[in-house]
Design a protein around this ligand. Structure first.
Ligand code: 8OZ
Length: 356
């Protein structure tokens, strides 16, 4: 029988009952202390029929935060809060991977300890505004990380991975996409360093690869994935030669034997489309390939049947359809997602979308 969205698969050592993944989705509904709370447990448990849930981006440290009410994985209370989430998802037969996040320059002093400046590869202010507890506020010029500060960043990823395992996650995904810290190192519009972490492609990829290697050393490579977004201009980022950069990244990640590569195959910003050969990227990587961005059931099945992807991650569809798997199986209509409740708020637009 032909493979499709309903065929089981392994992501490394994580077994999935189908190839429909819940994409990571920032929803800004953590409780006091950025601790996952009961509505977060309900939300994820409602979506446990996905082959795998990839959690919302989850800060690895105090300095990794850049938005209000994003649940961290760097305090005991946060670990305990996430444990309730993983227990609820596992009780329903689901799998759940934590996405490890450091926002780098996409932050604001009001969100950081002692009103610290955000950190970045280079002191380049992003265009646009930060979401803060006081509303939208212009980004500030970040501080360039010193060479001798980078080991501590890697160590934060390692500790966060240990915390994720203690919280019962099936694996971790390193967020190397969408203009956050590791992507800021990768791409040449944001990385102007002149040390071993800037300049050549090998140098710009160094921090991501060091982080992934260190994370794989504690979690086991077959429980680690990485998300990249070669074309995404979200968060004021770009690269002058994305195909060679990301082909190199995919090839080096392949050498680390990680479970999967998760690729945002476009830009979240309207505008200039750039030519990019995602199949060529995919061929550099021997593990599983998760494709994301604007897929529906038909295009997802086609990508799997044609060997362009192994798993499809659905974002907006998962906000509005907790039973997306069942709806796809029955060719049932999908609920429409309400944009006004994507970020922040309570139960409305979060745990009240009806199942069939
Ligand atoms: C949208 C709003 C806030 C955060 C990402 C974590 O793009 C995000 C994000 C997206 O990866």
């Amino acid at each position: 029988m032909a493979v499709d969205l309903f065929s089981p698969i392994h992501l490394g050592s994580i077994s999935l009952k189908n190839r429909i993944a819940m994409a990571p989705l920032t929803r800004n509904r953590a409780g006091e202390g950025n601790v996952p709370q009961d509505i977060n447990v309900t939300y994820y448990a409602q979506r446990a029929s996905a082959g795998v849930i990839i959690t919302e981006a989850t800060p690895i440290s105090d300095m990794g935060h850049g938005y209000p009410a994003t649940p961290g994985i760097h305090s005991g209370a946060q670990i305990a809060g996430w444990k309730k989430v993983t227990d609820a998802v596992h009780a329903k037969g689901g799998k759940i991977i934590l996405q490890l996040w450091h926002v780098g320059r996409i932050s604001h002093p009001s969100l950081l300890p002692e009103n610290a400046l955000p950190v970045a590869p280079s002191a380049i202010k992003p265009a646009g505004q930060a979401f803060t507890y006081q509303g939208l506020t212009d980004f500030v010029q970040p501080r360039a990380l010193a060479l001798d500060e980078l080991p501590a960043i890697v160590a934060d990823y390692v500790q966060a991975t240990k915390n994720a395992l203690a919280a019962g996650f099936d694996g971790v995904e390193v967020h190397g996409a969408n203009g956050y810290l590791l992507d800021q190192f990768l791409r040449d519009s944001t990385n102007k360093r002149t040390d071993n972490y800037g300049g050549s492609i090998e140098n710009r990829a160094r921090l991501l690869l060091e982080v992934v290697k260190a994370v794989a050393d504690v979690a086991s490579a077959d429980r680690v994935g990485v998300r990249i977004s070669p074309l995404n201009q979200f968060n004021d980022i770009s690269d002058s030669a994305p195909q060679v950069l990301f082909n190199y990244v995919a090839k080096e990640l392949s050498h680390l034997d990680i479970a999967y590569l998760h690729v945002v195959e476009g830009s979240m910003v309207e505008g200039a489309a750039i030519d990019f050969d995602f199949l060529a990227l995919r061929k550099q990587f021997k593990g599983a390939y998760i494709a994301n961005l604007n897929y529906d059931k038909a295009t997802g099945n086609a990508a799997i049947a044609e060997g362009r992807a192994d798993v499809i991650a659905y974002g907006k569809a998962y906000i509005a359809n907790p039973d997306l798997v069942e709806r796809f199986a029955q060719n049932a209509p999908l609920n429409a997602a309400d944009q006004s409740t994507f970020y922040g708020g309570g139960e409305k637009g979060y745990i009240d979308y009806p199942a069939l």
